[in-house]
Write a protein that binds this ligand. Sequence first.
Ligand SMILES: [Zn+2]
Length: 136
Amino acid sequence: MSMEYSVPLYWRNRINYYRLIGGKCKKCGRIFFPPYNRCPYCGSDEIEPVELPRTGKLLTYTVSYNPPEGYKLQTPLIIGLVDLGVAKVVAQITDAQPDELKEGMDVEAVVRRIREDRTAGLIHYAYKFRPLVKQE
Ligand SMILES: [Zn+2]
Protein backbone atom coordinates (compact mmCIF):
# COMPACT_ATOMS: atom_id res chain seq x y z
CA MET A 1 0.00 0.00 0.00
CA SER A 2 1.24 3.42 -0.78
CA MET A 3 0.00 6.79 0.31
CA GLU A 4 -2.43 8.46 -2.04
CA TYR A 5 -2.04 12.06 -3.02
CA SER A 6 -4.90 14.25 -4.10
CA VAL A 7 -2.98 15.21 -7.23
CA PRO A 8 -4.25 13.22 -10.24
CA LEU A 9 -1.92 10.56 -11.57
CA TYR A 10 -1.36 12.21 -14.92
CA TRP A 11 -0.11 15.32 -13.21
CA ARG A 12 2.00 13.46 -10.73
CA ASN A 13 3.80 11.74 -13.59
CA ARG A 14 4.56 14.91 -15.43
CA ILE A 15 5.65 16.98 -12.47
CA ASN A 16 9.24 17.92 -12.81
CA TYR A 17 10.34 18.92 -9.36
CA TYR A 18 12.53 21.67 -10.66
CA ARG A 19 9.69 23.43 -12.36
CA LEU A 20 6.86 25.29 -10.78
CA ILE A 21 3.57 23.80 -11.96
CA GLY A 22 0.29 25.55 -11.30
CA GLY A 23 -3.23 24.91 -12.50
CA LYS A 24 -5.13 26.81 -15.17
CA CYS A 25 -8.91 26.72 -15.21
CA LYS A 26 -10.24 26.00 -18.72
CA LYS A 27 -13.51 27.68 -17.84
CA CYS A 28 -12.56 31.03 -16.31
CA GLY A 29 -8.90 31.14 -17.34
CA ARG A 30 -7.56 31.89 -13.87
CA ILE A 31 -4.18 30.48 -12.87
CA PHE A 32 -3.49 29.30 -9.34
CA PHE A 33 -0.94 27.49 -7.25
CA PRO A 34 -0.80 24.80 -6.03
CA PRO A 35 -2.72 23.05 -8.87
CA TYR A 36 -5.91 22.10 -7.04
CA ASN A 37 -8.30 19.65 -8.69
CA ARG A 38 -11.01 22.28 -8.61
CA CYS A 39 -10.80 25.94 -9.56
CA PRO A 40 -10.84 28.06 -6.37
CA TYR A 41 -12.48 30.92 -8.32
CA CYS A 42 -15.37 29.32 -10.23
CA GLY A 43 -15.48 25.71 -8.98
CA SER A 44 -14.84 24.11 -12.37
CA ASP A 45 -12.94 20.82 -12.39
CA GLU A 46 -11.54 21.34 -15.87
CA ILE A 47 -8.02 22.20 -14.84
CA GLU A 48 -4.88 21.90 -16.91
CA PRO A 49 -1.32 22.13 -15.63
CA VAL A 50 0.70 25.19 -16.57
CA GLU A 51 4.29 26.03 -15.90
CA LEU A 52 4.67 29.16 -13.83
CA PRO A 53 7.52 31.64 -14.02
CA ARG A 54 10.18 30.83 -11.44
CA THR A 55 10.90 34.41 -10.56
CA GLY A 56 8.65 37.07 -9.19
CA LYS A 57 8.38 39.94 -6.78
CA LEU A 58 8.01 39.70 -3.04
CA LEU A 59 4.83 41.65 -2.34
CA THR A 60 4.80 41.31 1.42
CA TYR A 61 6.00 38.93 4.11
CA THR A 62 5.57 38.03 7.74
CA VAL A 63 8.16 36.75 10.17
CA SER A 64 7.47 34.30 12.98
CA TYR A 65 10.00 33.87 15.76
CA ASN A 66 7.85 31.23 17.40
CA PRO A 67 6.85 28.92 14.55
CA PRO A 68 4.72 25.80 14.99
CA GLU A 69 6.18 22.46 16.03
CA GLY A 70 8.11 20.90 13.15
CA TYR A 71 9.52 24.21 11.95
CA LYS A 72 11.69 25.01 14.97
CA LEU A 73 14.88 24.53 13.01
CA GLN A 74 13.77 27.15 10.54
CA THR A 75 13.35 29.99 13.04
CA PRO A 76 12.73 32.71 12.11
CA LEU A 77 10.08 31.38 9.79
CA ILE A 78 9.38 33.80 6.97
CA ILE A 79 6.22 33.47 4.88
CA GLY A 80 5.92 35.66 1.82
CA LEU A 81 3.36 36.55 -0.80
CA VAL A 82 5.06 36.35 -4.19
CA ASP A 83 3.65 37.86 -7.37
CA LEU A 84 4.63 35.70 -10.35
CA GLY A 85 2.74 37.92 -12.78
CA VAL A 86 0.20 35.26 -13.78
CA ALA A 87 -0.56 34.21 -10.20
CA LYS A 88 0.23 35.06 -6.62
CA VAL A 89 1.79 32.39 -4.44
CA VAL A 90 2.16 32.12 -0.67
CA ALA A 91 5.38 30.35 0.22
CA GLN A 92 8.18 30.15 2.70
CA ILE A 93 11.10 32.50 2.08
CA THR A 94 14.46 30.82 2.55
CA ASP A 95 18.19 31.65 2.46
CA ALA A 96 17.60 35.09 3.91
CA GLN A 97 17.25 36.86 7.22
CA PRO A 98 14.32 39.21 7.75
CA ASP A 99 16.54 42.31 7.60
CA GLU A 100 17.73 41.29 4.13
CA LEU A 101 14.22 41.36 2.71
CA LYS A 102 12.43 44.25 1.10
CA GLU A 103 8.95 44.45 -0.30
CA GLY A 104 9.13 44.54 -4.08
CA MET A 105 12.45 42.70 -4.32
CA ASP A 106 13.00 40.00 -6.93
CA VAL A 107 12.80 36.41 -5.69
CA GLU A 108 13.23 33.02 -7.34
CA ALA A 109 11.70 29.61 -6.65
CA VAL A 110 13.82 26.83 -5.22
CA VAL A 111 12.75 23.29 -4.47
CA ARG A 112 13.76 21.87 -1.13
CA ARG A 113 13.41 18.43 0.30
CA ILE A 114 11.41 18.94 3.49
CA ARG A 115 11.17 15.47 4.92
CA GLU A 116 11.65 11.87 3.99
CA ASP A 117 9.39 9.01 4.95
CA ARG A 118 11.77 6.09 4.66
CA THR A 119 9.23 3.41 5.44
CA ALA A 120 7.01 4.47 2.55
CA GLY A 121 9.90 5.50 0.33
CA LEU A 122 8.43 8.95 -0.08
CA ILE A 123 10.32 12.19 -0.29
CA HIS A 124 8.37 15.35 0.29
CA TYR A 125 9.35 18.49 -1.53
CA ALA A 126 8.28 22.04 -1.03
CA TYR A 127 8.58 25.15 -3.08
CA LYS A 128 10.27 28.05 -1.37
CA PHE A 129 11.49 31.38 -2.61
CA ARG A 130 14.78 33.14 -2.01
CA PRO A 131 16.09 36.55 -2.97
CA LEU A 132 17.25 36.52 -6.56
CA VAL A 133 20.95 37.12 -6.72
CA LYS A 134 21.71 39.09 -9.82
CA GLN A 135 24.76 38.05 -11.79
CA GLU A 136 27.25 40.89 -11.91
ZN1 LIG B 1 -12.31 28.75 -12.93
